[in-house]
Structure formats: structure tokens, C-alpha cells
Design a protein around this ligand. Structure first.
Ligand SMILES: *Cc1c(COP(=O)(O)O)cnc(C)c1O
Length: 220
């Protein structure tokens, strides 16, 4: 099942779109199956769970943290995480930089933007991001690399509404690229789209989709 689902996505996704297999809540056996089918990028949203899976699974997996990250837990992920999708404050960014330095690494991150109209979703506004990126304090963070943006649309079946929210994120990305990253070739990721809305996301410019239930089945 898992292998067949991955295969379907591999055939369907355009070449420029990276597939993150969101394995949260699923047992390591399921991740191993996906790994055996060739998947190397996995997304988790709980620090302890990601750590436990990292310890037992093959070391050439790229671990993406896609959840809400508390500052006091950054230290656990810093030695191995490949990409942190949800950076939504300057304080978090500074902590990631600090822990990356301790691990002698440069950690890739995405800035998370608030595009939905649900209060439970986290994220920066475009203004906050501009302020952050222009500050002197930001310029001395040498152990993080901002690779792009991430956003989550409102949980709804209304694809027109979702489309509008993804367009908003694409616009934010374009503005950041023009105003802050025009000479930075590493700024190239738009992480948007999940099982229910990835097609719309790709139409609106996504370069990275985070797919869980359509690969591993529904979660309990
Ligand atoms: C759970 C989760 C996903 C995957 O959701 P599915 O609907 O199962 O594909 C994607 N992104 C984030 C941030 C998530 O928490």
C-alpha cells in the first residue's frame, strides 16, 4: 500500500516539486516500508517522536520538522534535522542558530506565514518578516540559512478559498525573494500543500508538498 501510494505520487508530481512523506503518529515499520520504496524525506511534528524514529531508522533519511517548535526543544533536533518548516518568530530563529552553532552545523529553515483564517495556525506576517530580515541582529546569524516559506491553508473543502490563501503565500515569497534574497540561490522553497490540497498548491507555485494520509493512511 505505502509503496504503491508513493509510486503514484512520484508519477504525478512535477519534477520541481519535492515530496515530504509526513509520517507523524505512524510506527517505524511504516517509515521503513516507505524507505524501502525509495523515500528519503520524512516529516514529523513532535520532537520526541522524531528523535525516537531518527535513532532507529537508516541514517541517510532527511528529517523535516513540520510542527510547532518550542525553543527549549531545538537542542534535541539540531544535530540532525535537515529542514525546519515552521519558523514563526525571531526568538526561535535565534535559538536555532545558537544550537546549530553548538552542533557545528548550518541549519536550513523556512519562515512560516499566517495565511489561513484559523486562530490555531501559527505564522509571521509579511511585515514581521521584513522587520526581521532587515535587522542587524539577523545579519549575524551565520548558522541558519533561510530556504523559503511555508504555510498552511484553512482546513476547508472550499478549494477557491484555499487557492486564494496559497496565492497569498506565493506573493509573500516573491516579495521576499525580490527584496531580501535576490542574490541568494538557496532561497528556493515554497512549502505548501497537503493530502487534501496539494494539487491546488502546485498550481499556485508550490515546490514542496507535505503528504501524510494519502501515503500512510488516515491517522487515529
Ligand atoms: C499532518 C501535517 C501534514 C500532512 O497532512 P495530511 O493531510 O495527512 O497529508 C502536512 N503539514 C503539516 C504541517 C502537518 O502537520
Amino acid at each position: 500500500m505505502i509503496a504503491a501510494n508513493l509510486d503514484k505520487f512520484r508519477k504525478e508530481l512535477p519534477k520541481h516539486v519535492v515530496l515530504v512523506a509526513v509520517s507523524k503518529t505512524k510506527p517505524v515499520e511504516d517509515l521503513q516500508q516507505a524507505f524501502d520504496a525509495g523515500q528519503r524525506i520524512f516529516g514529523e511534528n513532535k520532537v520526541q517522536e522524531m528523535l525516537a524514529k531518527w535513532e532507529v531508522l537508516p541514517k541517510d533519511i532527511e528529517w523535516h520538522f513540520i510542527g510547532h517548535l518550542q525553543r527549549n526543544k531545538v537542542k534535541y533536533l539540531a544535530p540532525f534535522v535537515s529542514l525546519i518548516h515552521g519558523v514563526e518568530s525571531f526568538r526561535l530563529l535565534k535559538e536555532i542558530n545558537k544550537q546549530a552553532l553548538k552542533s557545528n552545523r548550518i541549519i536550513d529553515v523556512l519562515l512560516q506565514f499566517y495565511i489561513a483564517d484559523e486562530e490555531t495556525k501559527f505564522g509571521l506576517t509579511a511585515k514581521e518578516a521584513d522587520f526581521l530580515l532587515c535587522s542587524e541582529e539577523f545579519k549575524i546569524l551565520n548558522n541558519i540559512r533561510i530556504r523559503g516559506v511555508m504555510g498552511m491553508a484553512t482546513f476547508t473543502k472550499d478549494q477557491e478559498k484555499i487557492k486564494g490563501e496559497f496565492q497569498k503565500l506565493k506573493k509573500i515569497y516573491d516579495a521576499l525573494e525580490e527584496n531580501h534574497f535576490s542574490s541568494d540561490r538557496n532561497f528556493d522553497i515554497i512549502s505548501m500543500g497537503m493530502s487534501g490540497d496539494y494539487k491546488t498548491a502546485i498550481d499556485e507555485g508550490s515546490t514542496m508538498v507535505r503528504i501524510g494520509s494519502s501515503i500512510f493512511g488516515t491517522r487515529n
